[in-house]
Design a protein around this ligand. Structure first.
Ligand code: ZN
Length: 325
């Protein structure tokens, strides 16, 4: 058996160092110096005011409108719709770097820690779902959801689960599964106690997975079961390597996958509205995560939708204009 050879890290560095991102991007975008950065019109969507920037010092690009950003390789991947190895090959060719790149190898661009965290969260999502659907511990939570007219199909569709009151359960489970202390700590599933102990962040909560555009779990939102004084009704994962609430839209993955020839999306106030709408037959609902819409989210919507039906009700935070930054 012949294994496809991965591109060595050193070769990737060699290619990256040989090419200035400003020169590469400059083939497609007219860039103008403005302060520390270069600015131009974003090639990923229509715009009249430049919100696409390149930082020459850091060799990265970032669009303040659609939130895309990254290295020169990421730029090529997004612009040409190619894999990471193909992007490396293109940049190498542009820079006349004499290296052999195997473009057939299946090599991800994301960091090893990000890949690992996705595996961990996927496993935890399955565990929470199992606890909700199949165990006695999860029964009160399941009764609560059924009481809210949520069907089993909806529970499966959104991958909903339950985090029990036992605040050692998850820690023990992950440790047994070979997840290290540092990996658990980085997962956003725990809070630091004094003395470096990890305590479960989510206890006695119905757990709603938050997924990225590719349908991978990147965090959770937990709704407390019953009323508890002094406890937040909803609790989200903190910002982690995977989860950035500024550019997360709940249900974007499944909304994009739904049959939707008009590319019409429904923007809701909160993710529970998305779930309720799904039960009523609306498969293309999305929502921001407990904040006003950010520029990044608006950019994403601009990219995927032809039409957006805004379904905010009352005088809610979402009525405010998008927050900047
Ligand atoms: Zn953009």
């Amino acid at each position: 058996m012949v294994l496809a050879k991965m591109i060595p890290e050193a070769t990737i560095d060699q290619v990256q160092n040989a090419v200035n991102i400003v020169d590469y991007v400059g083939q497609f975008v007219q860039l103008k110096k403005q302060g520390q950065n270069m600015f131009g019109l974003c090639p990923f969507h229509d715009e009249n005011t430049p919100s696409f920037s390149v930082n020459e010092e850091k060799q990265i690009f970032h669009c303040f409108s659609c939130g895309r950003g990254g290295s020169v390789f990421k730029f090529v991947m997004d612009l040409d719709g190619v894999s990471f190895p193909e992007a490396v090959a293109k940049v190498a060719e542009f820079g006349h770097v004499d290296v052999q790149i195997n473009t057939t190898v299946n090599q991800p661009r994301e960091s090893a820690t990000a890949t690992r965290q996705k595996e961990i969260l996927a496993q935890v999502q399955k565990l929470f779902n199992h606890l909700l659907v199949n165990t006695a511990q999860g029964e009160p939570a399941l009764d609560y959801l059924h009481g809210r007219q949520m069907t089993d199909e909806t529970i499966e569709h959104f991958g909903i689960g339950f985090a029990p009151s036992d605040d050692q359960m998850l820690r023990k489970y992950l440790t047994k599964e070979g997840v290290s202390y540092e990996e658990q700590r980085a997962s956003g599933l725990f809070v630091d106690r004094d003395g470096g102990e990890l305590a479960t962040r989510f206890t006695n909560r119905v757990m709603f997975p938050l997924r990225n555009e590719r349908g991978q779990t990147i965090g959770f939102s937990g709704r407390v079961l019953g009323k508890q004084d002094g406890v937040a009704k909803y609790l989200n994962s903190p910002e982690t390597e995977l989860f950035n609430k500024r550019d997360t839209l709940f249900n974007l993955d499944q909304a994009k996958a739904a049959i939707n020839p008009d590319k019409r999306f429904y923007l809701f106030e909160g993710f529970m509205d998305v779930i309720t709408a799904y039960e009523a037959g609306v498969q293309t609902g999305i929502a921001s995560m407990g904040t006003s819409l950010t520029r990044e989210q608006i950019g994403i919507i601009d990219r995927v939708a032809n039409e957006v039906v805004i379904s905010y009700d009352g005088d809610m935070p979402g009525k405010r204009p998008p927050t900047g930054r």
